[in-house]
Design a binder for this molecule. Sequence first.
Ligand code: URP
Ligand code: ZN
Ligand code: ZN
Ligand code: ZN
Length: 461
Amino acid sequence: MRTLIRNGTVVNSTGTVAADVLVDGETIVAVTAPGVFTEADRIVDASGKYVLPGGIDAHTHMEMPFGGTVSADSFETGTKAAAWGGTTTIVDFAVQQKGTLLQSTLDKWHEKADGNCAIDYGFHMIVSDVNDTTLKEMDACVEAGVNSFKMFMAYPGALYSTDGEILRAMRKATESGSTIMMHAENGIAIDELVAVALAEGRTEPVQHGITRPPELEGEATHRAIQLAKVTGAPLYIVHLSARHALEAVAEARDAGQNVFAETCPQYLYLSIEDLAKPEFEGAKYVASPPLRPKDHQADLWKGLRTNDLSVVSTDHCPFCFKDQKELGRDDFSKIPNGMPGVEHRMDLLHQGVVAGELTLARWVEVSSTTPARMFGMYPRKGVIAPGSDADIVVYDPAAKQTLSAETHHMNVDYSAYEGMEITGRVSTVLSRGEIVVDGGEFHGRAGHGRFLRRDLCQYLS
Ligand code: URP
Ligand code: ZN
Ligand code: ZN
Ligand code: ZN
């Protein structure tokens, strides 16, 4: 099956060009001047539209157990929603529970995902139990194509690791060339602030933000960077939300250290004012790190331009308002942490292009090309070029849409962006040459998506 996408503007991280794209089977075989090829089995007219490499969301949590419940999107519903929004690859987090093996964790995640994904997928591994066995198993994970390991400086008693444990895992990462990803918030100090708030009867959702101040993200980020420096490990800070943390990352990068960071759309568009919404509505916006005061947003956009922030992922971790967020009605610390977003990342970031915050090329770079490079999938993913997988988004920059739980495809009963008006919309999505979305209809299928055994990070070689 040959597909010709013609008359569009191809947008890569290197720039834009008027070009046609020829796909044969699962692969892009030619990017040519318009009109060079005229025949194919299927022709997609991209006049007036952008032709982008499919989005890569390097931070999702499908079917993740958290706080006594499980995130609401399965690998099937979550990857379908991702495809609707122009994301053709996710990297999801397998979660080691204390006292269990990395291998059994990986097996469990394969069981959940294999045969159920509509788009390609890979895994990171969350390491929560650092011991001699785990450290050895990290090498086996790298062999299995899972070569990025998330650790937590937050959530004492659950996923938390001590500085010593982090140091040990970092040494192992240095040895194997793998990447340590860090949830950088000072969880010990936060737990103390949470205890005081609850003792004083401050139980409403906004307290989630008040008890996790940006200083404690800045401090943990700085500490993680120092631990990485001592061990020589590459470090990737996940879901960076605060100016304080960004300053620490920028300083390390200026000094030439292998430190990278991602932010998420919720930190670019939403704020602690959303967490303060009355009638428990703020619970919809509880995620960690928390939404910050609005004045952090300009710094994050600037960080995206200066490349101190290299990636935008969603941290998609949906919990329904009615039956899941409700668990913390009388105690904010029991609200499951996480927000939905996998469907809207490309659209939300396109608003940054519309507003002049990002160039078209940078939009593609932070949402596709850099995640592909960072997590060992480039040039198979992340670029429109001959030889690359035909993961392609045809994007209509002039279309208008309004985000709403009524129309989204994520398996969650609210939208964090309800009523937000968006300029731009996905019109066609191909995943390895197969059309999965076209003209407002879904043509994909669960089971089309393949597991990606990822190579090591290309920024570090
Ligand atoms: O609140 C969040 N971010 N939930 C997902 C788990 C994590 O820490 O990334
Ligand atoms: Zn996290
Ligand atoms: Zn996360
Ligand atoms: Zn539900």
